[in-house]
Design a binder for this molecule. Structure first.
Ligand code: ADP
Length: 406
Protein backbone atom coordinates (compact mmCIF):
# COMPACT_ATOMS: atom_id res chain seq x y z
CA UNK A 1 0.00 0.00 0.00
CA UNK A 2 1.32 3.45 -0.94
CA UNK A 3 0.80 6.11 1.72
CA UNK A 4 1.43 9.84 1.55
CA UNK A 5 2.41 11.48 4.85
CA UNK A 6 1.85 15.21 5.15
CA UNK A 7 2.90 17.83 7.67
CA UNK A 8 1.28 21.16 6.90
CA UNK A 9 2.46 24.41 8.47
CA UNK A 10 1.04 27.89 7.92
CA UNK A 11 3.23 28.52 4.85
CA UNK A 12 4.79 25.12 4.30
CA UNK A 13 3.89 21.55 3.45
CA UNK A 14 6.29 18.66 3.98
CA UNK A 15 5.60 15.24 2.50
CA UNK A 16 6.94 11.71 2.35
CA UNK A 17 5.64 8.92 0.17
CA UNK A 18 5.90 5.43 1.68
CA UNK A 19 5.63 1.97 0.20
CA UNK A 20 4.32 0.08 3.21
CA UNK A 21 5.28 -3.32 1.76
CA UNK A 22 8.82 -2.65 3.03
CA UNK A 23 8.29 0.75 4.70
CA UNK A 24 10.61 2.35 2.16
CA UNK A 25 10.44 6.04 1.29
CA UNK A 26 9.73 6.46 -2.43
CA UNK A 27 10.04 10.24 -2.44
CA UNK A 28 10.01 13.20 -0.11
CA UNK A 29 9.91 16.92 -0.34
CA UNK A 30 8.45 20.20 0.79
CA UNK A 31 6.66 23.27 -0.43
CA UNK A 32 7.80 26.49 1.22
CA UNK A 33 6.56 30.09 1.09
CA UNK A 34 2.96 29.07 0.33
CA UNK A 35 0.96 32.23 -0.37
CA UNK A 36 3.87 33.99 -2.11
CA UNK A 37 4.60 34.40 -5.79
CA UNK A 38 7.98 32.72 -5.35
CA UNK A 39 6.97 29.52 -3.56
CA UNK A 40 9.50 26.71 -3.77
CA UNK A 41 8.72 23.06 -4.30
CA UNK A 42 11.65 20.80 -3.46
CA UNK A 43 11.16 17.19 -4.48
CA UNK A 44 13.53 14.28 -3.99
CA UNK A 45 12.72 10.88 -5.47
CA UNK A 46 14.62 8.20 -3.51
CA UNK A 47 17.88 7.44 -5.26
CA UNK A 48 17.18 10.25 -7.73
CA UNK A 49 18.13 13.86 -8.15
CA UNK A 50 16.57 16.68 -6.11
CA UNK A 51 14.31 18.98 -8.14
CA UNK A 52 13.55 22.60 -7.21
CA UNK A 53 10.66 24.50 -8.77
CA UNK A 54 9.83 28.13 -8.04
CA UNK A 55 6.32 29.30 -8.88
CA UNK A 56 3.31 31.07 -7.42
CA UNK A 57 1.51 28.73 -5.02
CA UNK A 58 -1.32 30.62 -3.41
CA UNK A 59 -2.71 28.09 -0.96
CA UNK A 60 -2.43 24.56 0.41
CA UNK A 61 -4.85 23.27 -2.21
CA UNK A 62 -2.52 24.37 -4.97
CA UNK A 63 0.47 23.04 -3.01
CA UNK A 64 -1.09 19.56 -2.82
CA UNK A 65 -1.94 19.75 -6.53
CA UNK A 66 1.68 20.55 -7.37
CA UNK A 67 2.96 17.78 -5.08
CA UNK A 68 0.72 15.12 -6.60
CA UNK A 69 1.67 16.33 -10.09
CA UNK A 70 5.32 15.97 -9.14
CA UNK A 71 4.80 12.50 -7.68
CA UNK A 72 3.38 11.38 -11.04
CA UNK A 73 5.75 13.48 -13.18
CA UNK A 74 7.11 11.68 -16.24
CA UNK A 75 10.73 12.36 -15.36
CA UNK A 76 10.89 13.06 -11.61
CA UNK A 77 7.82 11.16 -10.43
CA UNK A 78 7.71 7.78 -8.71
CA UNK A 79 4.08 6.83 -9.42
CA UNK A 80 2.28 6.05 -12.67
CA UNK A 81 -0.95 7.56 -11.45
CA UNK A 82 -2.39 9.28 -8.40
CA UNK A 83 -4.69 6.28 -7.95
CA UNK A 84 -1.72 4.43 -6.51
CA UNK A 85 -1.94 6.59 -3.34
CA UNK A 86 -4.25 4.57 -1.10
CA UNK A 87 -4.23 6.74 2.01
CA UNK A 88 -2.93 10.02 3.38
CA UNK A 89 -1.71 10.51 6.96
CA UNK A 90 -1.51 13.99 8.51
CA UNK A 91 0.41 15.28 11.46
CA UNK A 92 -1.90 17.37 13.64
CA UNK A 93 -0.30 19.17 16.56
CA UNK A 94 -3.20 19.49 18.98
CA UNK A 95 -5.74 16.79 19.69
CA UNK A 96 -6.90 18.32 22.99
CA UNK A 97 -8.62 15.85 25.30
CA UNK A 98 -10.78 14.51 22.49
CA UNK A 99 -8.17 12.44 20.69
CA UNK A 100 -6.34 9.73 22.55
CA UNK A 101 -5.23 7.98 19.38
CA UNK A 102 -4.90 8.45 15.64
CA UNK A 103 -8.23 8.66 13.81
CA UNK A 104 -9.73 8.16 10.39
CA UNK A 105 -10.89 11.55 9.10
CA UNK A 106 -14.68 11.85 9.23
CA UNK A 107 -16.96 14.87 9.41
CA UNK A 108 -17.09 14.55 13.21
CA UNK A 109 -13.31 14.37 13.45
CA UNK A 110 -12.94 17.46 11.27
CA UNK A 111 -15.46 19.31 13.41
CA UNK A 112 -13.54 18.46 16.55
CA UNK A 113 -10.18 19.52 15.04
CA UNK A 114 -11.79 22.86 14.16
CA UNK A 115 -13.09 23.19 17.71
CA UNK A 116 -9.51 22.84 18.90
CA UNK A 117 -8.22 25.76 16.78
CA UNK A 118 -8.39 27.85 19.94
CA UNK A 119 -5.79 25.72 21.69
CA UNK A 120 -3.35 25.66 18.76
CA UNK A 121 -4.13 28.69 16.58
CA UNK A 122 -0.81 28.50 14.73
CA UNK A 123 -0.76 24.76 14.12
CA UNK A 124 -4.19 23.20 13.74
CA UNK A 125 -5.63 25.48 11.02
CA UNK A 126 -2.87 24.62 8.49
CA UNK A 127 -3.36 20.90 9.21
CA UNK A 128 -7.04 21.36 8.42
CA UNK A 129 -6.11 23.15 5.18
CA UNK A 130 -3.99 20.11 4.29
CA UNK A 131 -6.92 17.76 4.91
CA UNK A 132 -9.26 19.87 2.78
CA UNK A 133 -6.67 20.11 0.01
CA UNK A 134 -6.36 16.32 -0.11
CA UNK A 135 -10.16 15.98 -0.23
CA UNK A 136 -10.16 18.23 -3.28
CA UNK A 137 -7.18 16.71 -5.07
CA UNK A 138 -7.50 13.06 -4.10
CA UNK A 139 -11.23 12.56 -3.56
CA UNK A 140 -12.19 9.23 -2.01
CA UNK A 141 -8.72 8.58 -0.61
CA UNK A 142 -9.07 7.83 3.11
CA UNK A 143 -7.21 10.19 5.43
CA UNK A 144 -5.88 9.64 8.94
CA UNK A 145 -4.89 12.24 11.52
CA UNK A 146 -2.07 11.57 13.97
CA UNK A 147 -1.87 13.91 16.97
CA UNK A 148 1.26 15.16 18.77
CA UNK A 149 -0.69 15.22 22.01
CA UNK A 150 -2.42 11.80 21.83
CA UNK A 151 0.34 9.71 23.43
CA UNK A 152 0.34 11.97 26.51
CA UNK A 153 -3.38 11.52 27.16
CA UNK A 154 -2.47 8.76 29.62
CA UNK A 155 -0.95 11.32 32.02
CA UNK A 156 -2.62 11.22 35.43
CA UNK A 157 -4.30 14.32 36.81
CA UNK A 158 -1.45 15.12 39.16
CA UNK A 159 0.79 15.47 36.10
CA UNK A 160 -1.54 17.29 33.77
CA UNK A 161 -3.30 19.83 36.00
CA UNK A 162 -1.87 23.25 36.84
CA UNK A 163 -2.35 24.38 40.43
CA UNK A 164 -4.63 27.26 39.39
CA UNK A 165 -8.41 27.63 39.88
CA UNK A 166 -10.14 24.49 38.63
CA UNK A 167 -12.73 26.60 36.87
CA UNK A 168 -10.09 27.41 34.23
CA UNK A 169 -9.72 23.73 33.45
CA UNK A 170 -13.46 23.15 33.41
CA UNK A 171 -14.27 26.20 31.30
CA UNK A 172 -11.32 26.43 28.95
CA UNK A 173 -9.51 23.08 29.26
CA UNK A 174 -6.40 24.86 30.52
CA UNK A 175 -4.14 21.94 31.43
CA UNK A 176 -0.89 20.34 30.34
CA UNK A 177 -1.16 18.37 27.09
CA UNK A 178 2.44 17.72 26.01
CA UNK A 179 3.72 17.43 22.45
CA UNK A 180 6.16 15.33 20.35
CA UNK A 181 4.03 12.36 21.47
CA UNK A 182 4.58 10.42 18.26
CA UNK A 183 8.32 10.66 18.77
CA UNK A 184 8.33 9.82 22.50
CA UNK A 185 6.16 6.80 21.74
CA UNK A 186 8.31 5.61 18.85
CA UNK A 187 11.71 5.92 20.54
CA UNK A 188 10.54 4.37 23.81
CA UNK A 189 9.33 1.31 21.89
CA UNK A 190 12.61 0.97 20.03
CA UNK A 191 14.53 1.42 23.29
CA UNK A 192 12.56 -1.39 24.93
CA UNK A 193 13.33 -3.65 21.95
CA UNK A 194 17.00 -2.80 22.25
CA UNK A 195 16.91 -3.43 26.01
CA UNK A 196 15.20 -6.77 25.33
CA UNK A 197 12.53 -6.09 27.95
CA UNK A 198 8.78 -5.52 27.70
CA UNK A 199 7.90 -1.84 27.67
CA UNK A 200 5.28 -2.62 30.31
CA UNK A 201 8.06 -3.26 32.84
CA UNK A 202 10.25 -0.25 32.13
CA UNK A 203 10.76 3.25 33.50
CA UNK A 204 12.15 5.39 30.70
CA UNK A 205 12.88 9.10 30.27
CA UNK A 206 12.86 10.12 26.60
CA UNK A 207 14.52 13.40 25.62
CA UNK A 208 13.32 14.71 22.25
CA UNK A 209 15.66 17.66 21.78
CA UNK A 210 15.60 19.43 18.43
CA UNK A 211 14.63 23.04 17.78
CA UNK A 212 11.71 22.38 20.08
CA UNK A 213 12.54 20.12 23.01
CA UNK A 214 10.65 18.01 25.50
CA UNK A 215 11.25 15.20 27.98
CA UNK A 216 8.76 12.48 28.83
CA UNK A 217 8.53 10.09 31.76
CA UNK A 218 7.29 6.81 30.31
CA UNK A 219 6.10 4.43 32.98
CA UNK A 220 5.24 0.89 31.88
CA UNK A 221 4.83 2.07 28.29
CA UNK A 222 2.53 4.98 29.05
CA UNK A 223 3.28 8.68 29.20
CA UNK A 224 3.24 9.56 32.89
CA UNK A 225 4.52 13.12 32.58
CA UNK A 226 6.05 15.39 29.97
CA UNK A 227 7.72 18.77 30.04
CA UNK A 228 5.64 20.71 27.50
CA UNK A 229 2.28 21.95 28.72
CA UNK A 230 -0.74 23.81 27.38
CA UNK A 231 1.56 24.99 24.59
CA UNK A 232 5.02 23.90 23.44
CA UNK A 233 6.62 26.74 25.44
CA UNK A 234 6.82 25.04 28.85
CA UNK A 235 9.64 22.82 30.05
CA UNK A 236 13.17 22.61 28.72
CA UNK A 237 15.25 25.51 27.49
CA UNK A 238 15.10 25.38 23.66
CA UNK A 239 16.65 27.04 20.62
CA UNK A 240 14.55 30.20 20.85
CA UNK A 241 12.00 29.29 23.56
CA UNK A 242 12.52 29.97 27.24
CA UNK A 243 10.93 26.86 28.72
CA UNK A 244 10.06 27.07 32.43
CA UNK A 245 10.08 30.43 34.14
CA UNK A 246 8.32 32.33 36.89
CA UNK A 247 4.97 33.35 35.38
CA UNK A 248 5.26 36.67 37.23
CA UNK A 249 8.00 37.60 34.73
CA UNK A 250 5.25 38.19 32.14
CA UNK A 251 3.41 41.08 33.89
CA UNK A 252 6.67 42.38 35.35
CA UNK A 253 8.33 42.62 31.91
CA UNK A 254 5.21 44.09 30.31
CA UNK A 255 5.25 46.79 32.93
CA UNK A 256 8.98 47.58 32.97
CA UNK A 257 9.56 47.37 29.21
CA UNK A 258 6.13 48.66 28.19
CA UNK A 259 5.48 45.59 26.08
CA UNK A 260 2.16 44.20 24.90
CA UNK A 261 1.04 40.63 25.56
CA UNK A 262 1.85 39.72 21.98
CA UNK A 263 5.32 41.15 22.28
CA UNK A 264 6.06 39.20 25.47
CA UNK A 265 4.66 36.06 23.88
CA UNK A 266 6.92 36.56 20.89
CA UNK A 267 9.91 37.25 23.18
CA UNK A 268 9.41 33.98 25.06
CA UNK A 269 8.80 31.90 21.93
CA UNK A 270 11.15 33.44 19.40
CA UNK A 271 13.83 35.46 21.18
CA UNK A 272 14.71 33.43 24.24
CA UNK A 273 16.48 30.12 24.94
CA UNK A 274 19.94 29.43 23.48
CA UNK A 275 19.61 32.43 21.17
CA UNK A 276 18.98 34.92 23.97
CA UNK A 277 21.71 33.73 26.32
CA UNK A 278 24.44 33.12 23.74
CA UNK A 279 23.60 36.10 21.54
CA UNK A 280 25.00 33.89 18.75
CA UNK A 281 22.54 31.29 17.54
CA UNK A 282 19.68 28.95 18.38
CA UNK A 283 21.59 26.11 16.74
CA UNK A 284 23.44 23.85 19.16
CA UNK A 285 26.21 23.20 16.61
CA UNK A 286 27.12 26.87 16.61
CA UNK A 287 26.87 27.12 20.39
CA UNK A 288 29.29 24.23 20.88
CA UNK A 289 31.68 25.59 18.23
CA UNK A 290 31.71 29.04 19.87
CA UNK A 291 32.13 27.51 23.31
CA UNK A 292 35.15 25.55 22.11
CA UNK A 293 36.65 28.81 20.91
CA UNK A 294 36.26 30.23 24.40
CA UNK A 295 33.03 32.25 24.04
CA UNK A 296 31.69 32.77 27.59
CA UNK A 297 28.10 33.48 26.58
CA UNK A 298 27.95 30.32 24.47
CA UNK A 299 29.26 28.33 27.44
CA UNK A 300 26.65 29.84 29.74
CA UNK A 301 23.89 28.99 27.25
CA UNK A 302 25.20 25.43 26.96
CA UNK A 303 25.48 25.03 30.74
CA UNK A 304 21.95 26.34 31.34
CA UNK A 305 20.55 24.10 28.61
CA UNK A 306 22.18 20.92 29.89
CA UNK A 307 21.53 21.75 33.56
CA UNK A 308 17.82 22.21 32.92
CA UNK A 309 17.70 18.94 30.97
CA UNK A 310 19.47 17.12 33.79
CA UNK A 311 17.01 18.47 36.33
CA UNK A 312 14.10 17.08 34.33
CA UNK A 313 15.68 13.64 34.09
CA UNK A 314 16.23 13.67 37.86
CA UNK A 315 12.68 14.87 38.49
CA UNK A 316 11.19 12.16 36.31
CA UNK A 317 13.29 9.46 37.96
CA UNK A 318 11.78 10.68 41.24
CA UNK A 319 8.31 10.90 39.67
CA UNK A 320 8.47 7.25 38.55
CA UNK A 321 10.36 6.12 41.67
CA UNK A 322 13.10 4.64 39.53
CA UNK A 323 14.76 4.69 36.15
CA UNK A 324 15.85 1.97 33.72
CA UNK A 325 16.82 4.00 30.67
CA UNK A 326 17.27 7.47 29.23
CA UNK A 327 16.77 7.96 25.49
CA UNK A 328 18.16 10.85 23.43
CA UNK A 329 16.54 11.69 20.12
CA UNK A 330 15.93 14.48 17.50
CA UNK A 331 18.49 16.93 16.06
CA UNK A 332 20.45 17.72 19.23
CA UNK A 333 19.80 14.40 20.99
CA UNK A 334 20.94 12.29 18.04
CA UNK A 335 23.94 14.41 17.11
CA UNK A 336 25.38 16.36 20.00
CA UNK A 337 28.10 14.33 21.71
CA UNK A 338 28.79 17.33 23.97
CA UNK A 339 25.21 17.74 25.20
CA UNK A 340 24.84 14.03 25.99
CA UNK A 341 28.18 14.02 27.78
CA UNK A 342 27.39 17.09 29.89
CA UNK A 343 24.02 15.64 30.90
CA UNK A 344 25.14 12.07 31.63
CA UNK A 345 28.36 12.92 33.45
CA UNK A 346 26.41 14.65 36.18
CA UNK A 347 23.90 11.84 36.62
CA UNK A 348 26.25 9.19 38.00
CA UNK A 349 24.24 9.17 41.25
CA UNK A 350 21.37 7.62 39.28
CA UNK A 351 23.65 4.83 38.07
CA UNK A 352 24.55 6.22 34.64
CA UNK A 353 28.06 5.33 33.46
CA UNK A 354 28.72 7.00 30.13
CA UNK A 355 31.04 5.30 27.62
CA UNK A 356 32.89 8.12 25.85
CA UNK A 357 33.78 6.05 22.80
CA UNK A 358 30.22 4.86 22.28
CA UNK A 359 28.97 8.40 22.81
CA UNK A 360 31.29 9.69 20.07
CA UNK A 361 30.18 7.08 17.48
CA UNK A 362 27.95 8.14 14.61
CA UNK A 363 25.19 5.83 13.49
CA UNK A 364 21.65 5.86 12.18
CA UNK A 365 20.82 2.83 14.35
CA UNK A 366 19.52 2.76 17.93
CA UNK A 367 22.54 2.22 20.22
CA UNK A 368 23.81 2.33 23.78
CA UNK A 369 26.16 5.07 24.91
CA UNK A 370 26.61 3.73 28.45
CA UNK A 371 29.13 1.11 29.54
CA UNK A 372 28.04 -2.54 29.76
CA UNK A 373 26.79 -3.02 33.30
CA UNK A 374 25.66 0.62 33.77
CA UNK A 375 22.69 0.39 36.17
CA UNK A 376 20.72 2.83 34.01
CA UNK A 377 21.19 2.50 30.22
CA UNK A 378 21.40 5.56 28.02
CA UNK A 379 20.51 5.11 24.35
CA UNK A 380 20.51 7.24 21.23
CA UNK A 381 17.48 6.34 19.12
CA UNK A 382 16.91 8.22 15.84
CA UNK A 383 13.30 9.34 15.70
CA UNK A 384 11.08 8.93 12.67
CA UNK A 385 7.76 10.66 13.17
CA UNK A 386 6.76 10.31 9.51
CA UNK A 387 7.17 6.53 9.61
CA UNK A 388 4.96 6.29 12.69
CA UNK A 389 2.31 8.42 10.97
CA UNK A 390 2.54 6.11 7.94
CA UNK A 391 2.20 3.03 10.18
CA UNK A 392 -0.83 4.39 12.04
CA UNK A 393 -2.42 5.38 8.75
CA UNK A 394 -1.77 1.94 7.29
CA UNK A 395 -3.20 0.17 10.33
CA UNK A 396 -6.34 2.30 10.55
CA UNK A 397 -7.11 2.15 6.83
CA UNK A 398 -6.32 -1.54 6.66
CA UNK A 399 -8.56 -2.39 9.60
CA UNK A 400 -11.33 -0.37 8.04
CA UNK A 401 -11.01 -2.30 4.82
CA UNK A 402 -10.69 -5.63 6.56
CA UNK A 403 -7.83 -6.86 4.42
CA UNK A 404 -4.73 -5.62 2.67
CA UNK A 405 -6.23 -5.93 -0.76
CA UNK A 406 -5.89 -2.27 -1.67
P1 ADP B 1 12.84 20.23 14.68
O1 ADP B 1 12.57 20.44 16.13
O2 ADP B 1 12.66 21.45 13.85
O3 ADP B 1 12.24 18.96 14.10
P2 ADP B 1 15.36 18.79 14.57
O4 ADP B 1 14.96 17.68 15.45
O5 ADP B 1 15.68 18.48 13.15
O6 ADP B 1 14.40 20.03 14.63
O7 ADP B 1 16.65 19.49 15.24
C1 ADP B 1 17.27 20.57 14.64
C2 ADP B 1 18.36 21.06 15.55
O8 ADP B 1 19.27 20.01 15.81
C3 ADP B 1 19.22 22.15 14.93
O9 ADP B 1 18.71 23.43 15.16
C4 ADP B 1 20.52 21.97 15.66
O10 ADP B 1 20.53 22.81 16.80
C5 ADP B 1 20.53 20.56 16.13
N1 ADP B 1 21.60 19.77 15.53
C6 ADP B 1 21.62 19.16 14.33
N2 ADP B 1 22.82 18.55 14.12
C7 ADP B 1 23.57 18.80 15.22
C8 ADP B 1 24.88 18.45 15.62
N3 ADP B 1 25.69 17.73 14.86
N4 ADP B 1 25.30 18.88 16.84
C9 ADP B 1 24.50 19.61 17.62
N5 ADP B 1 23.25 19.96 17.31
C10 ADP B 1 22.78 19.57 16.12
Amino acid sequence: MIILVMNAGSSSLKYQLYNMADESVLAQGRVERIGMDDSILTHEPSGGVEVNRVSEILDHNEAVRKVTAMLTHREHGVLKSMDEIKAVGHRVVHGGESFKQSMLVTNEVKKEIRRLFDLAPLHNPPAMMGITAVELNLPNVPQVVVFDTAFHQTMPMESFLYPIPMVLYRRHKIRRYGFHGTSHNYVSRLAAEKLGKPLSELKIVTCHIGNGASCAAILNGKSFDTSMGLTPLEGLMMGTRSGDLDPAIVPFTMNKEELTLNEVNSMLNKHSGLMAISGISSDMREIVAAMEEGDKHAKLAFDMYTYRLRKYIGAYAAGMNGLDAVVFTAGVGENSVAVRKAVCEQLTFLGIELDDERNAERSKEARYITKDGSRVSVLVVPTNEELLIARDTYEIVNNRDGEDGM
